[in-house]
Design a protein around this ligand. Sequence first.
Ligand code: ADP
Length: 272
Amino acid sequence: VPGDSIRVHIIRIQARFLAVLAEDIGEEQRVNAMRRDFIANVSHELKTPIAAIGLLAEATQEAADDSETVRGFAKSLVKESRRLGELSRDIIQLSEAQSTLRPEDRQAVSLPALVRREVESHREFASQHGVELVVTGDNGLDAVIQGRAASLSAAVANLLSNAIRHSPEGGRVGVGMEVKRNSFVVTVTDQGEGIAPEHLGRIFERFYRVDGARTRGEGGTGLGLSIARHTMRAHGGDIDVWSQQGVGSSFSLTFPRHDAEDAEKSTKRLKK
Ligand code: ADP
């Protein structure tokens, strides 16, 4: 009976529609849960320095004529407000990194030049930690992408500062650059303590720290790698990690190169 087959067809379409809807609702709930988690985490992270600043300010008021104590409190106040500044900077950077790149955000960025600049600006920090920074594979070839220079610099800077902070004194941090046909790869390798396999899959999560208390004391916000990953993905690239405990870690940023494609396209256009 044709009516029946139409009815079966309609039921099938309805079932498919409901399945898609259920998937959408599932996705929406997941996104909402992630958003709630993130806000809870942010509030928690902000609460600590804010509370400390409040208590220190009160204590400073009470210790007004004891200059030694006041100086001690002032030092802690500077530390806590710096931490608050870093947190708000990283939260803003994360929200920027998560937003899609608008055409006006894109500018021509020379990647080898950007990496070299970041390496130079980390030399002082490295020598303070007794760490040697060594650049390899910078073969003079250029790799230009259209992107947001400030965010890309921040991603490279994060890998460098992590590698330096996790290096032993006298250690070496290698910065490799490789210009491939369709990609440009920057690899930052350290001889630090390495990351255990159970943490390796989680270090790109927001606020995830392998050793919370220790790294928090050192000033890390736990957002750096998450910002770097969002930045790379917004640029069509990605970030990867290799690590072995007791040996070290190696993080690589892979950028797609459009100039190779564009050059090919324009050659083809010329041939036509
Ligand atoms: P943080 O601000 O804590 O450095 P990140 O997002 O940059 O935050 O890194 C997340 C965690 O990954 C760090 O807390 C640290 O435990 C681990 N990690 C990152 N880089 C390295 C590295 N080079 N060697 C060892 N552990 C690392």
